[in-house]
Design a protein around this ligand. Structure first.
Ligand code: BTN
Length: 322
């Protein structure tokens, strides 16, 4: 039995009995207790008390299409949102849908990804109820080559959305990490397809830590922080709507004018702007220098003792100098 409809019935505030759950879902009590045994691996704590029933160990504000549509207001016409309880990866699935002709503005959001992907072939692990994970398909008349600054534009949309929601201390790290002083808040994975001279399609995948449990934080391979720690009291629906609203404004502007008019604003969000930094090359080579800014195509201007380099996002990674 799919445990998600069952989990949605549970509350953090009070116990619900097995018979009541079974009746609501039209299944046997045995199916209920079996399904609840499997939720451990989803990272959800369900408290069981004899004679009382079941209760969630922490509150979960589930993704909800109606709440996102409300947040989008009139702009909802640009988007078609599909929610998944569980999916391999919203990016992988939406790429396949794009090849099959899905329209611009299609959004896939998921409570859980079994094969979430990050940049540079890494895995991306989100927390059920704690991470916002979604992908947006956007079609451009531009050729793929003209889209090189796009992932920075997406970072800008997230930064603007978080500012709009009153979240302080958010910054961007070239090329497309969303960070705060304590570590990484989220990341962006953009995947392009199309012709050199257009049209083209991009799947924009965003993973953002809304509220992480300590257990999950400890499992991550790098310092992470979440929006709750920055004082965000809202839910992931509000967050999703706010980011889509910014994308609805920025993506058409980018299609018309490119990244150049946005580059200075992007630099103002950059956590390493004008700071001593290190570039880690895929071959292990480390280059010392200073992050001087970004170019119209999204390349990083990196000043070293030997002069300025223009660095493509590709496989490199930017680190703060120790
Ligand atoms: C990174 O920082 O390496 C990028 C992380 C991108 C994760 C998101 S979660 C939604 C979408 N689906 C995926 O499989 N990846 C992106």
């Amino acid at each position: 039995m799919n445990p998600f409809p069952l989990l949605r019935l549970l509350s953090h505030e009070h116990f619900i009995g097995g018979p009541a759950l079974a009746a609501k879902l039209g299944v046997s009590r045995a199916s209920i207790s079996l399904a609840l045994k499997s939720v451990d691996e989803l990272g959800v704590e369900v408290i069981t008390a004899k004679g009382k029933g079941y209760q969630l160990g922490r509150p979960i504000a589930w993704l909800d299409e109606v709440a996102v549509a409300r947040g989008l207001g009139a702009q909802r016409r640009f988007f078609d949102l599909k929610l998944f309880d569980e999916i391999d990866s919203t990016n992988t699935a939406l790429m396949a849908a794009a090849h099959a002709g899905a329209p611009s503005g299609q959004v896939y959001a998921a409570e859980r990804q079994t094969a979430g992907r990050g940049r540079r072939g890494r895995r991306w692990v989100g927390e059920l109820g704690g991470t916002l994970m979604f992908s947006l398909l956007w079609r451009f008349n531009l050729g793929v080559a003209a889209l090189s600054g796009l992932s920075l534009v997406v970072g800008l949309a997230v930064a603007r959305a978080l500012a709009q929601l009153g979240v302080p201390g958010v910054q961007l790290k070239w090329p497309n990490d969303i960070v705060c002083a304590e570590g990484k808040l989220g990341g962006i994975l953009t995947e392009l397809s199309g012709e050199a001279h257009g049209p083209s399609a991009v799947v924009i995948g965003i993973g953002l830590n809304a509220g992480l449990s300590q257990a999950n934080r400890d499992q991550l391979d790098q310092a992470a922080c979440d929006l709750v720690a920055l004082g965000y009291a809202g839910d992931r629906n509000q967050l999703l709507a706010a980011i889509l609203l910014e994308l609805a404004e920025l993506l058409p502007a980018f299609e018309q004018h490119g990244f150049a008019p946005l580059a200075r604003e992007w630099e103002a969000w950059h956590a390493m702007q004008d700071m001593p930094a290190r570039l880690l090359q895929p071959n292990g080579e480390v280059i010392e220098g200073r992050a001087a800014g970004v170019l119209a195509d999204g390349c990083l201007r990196f000043v070293t003792a030997d002069g300025e380099r223009q660095v493509h996002a590709g496989e490199v990674s930017l680190r703060r100098a120790p």
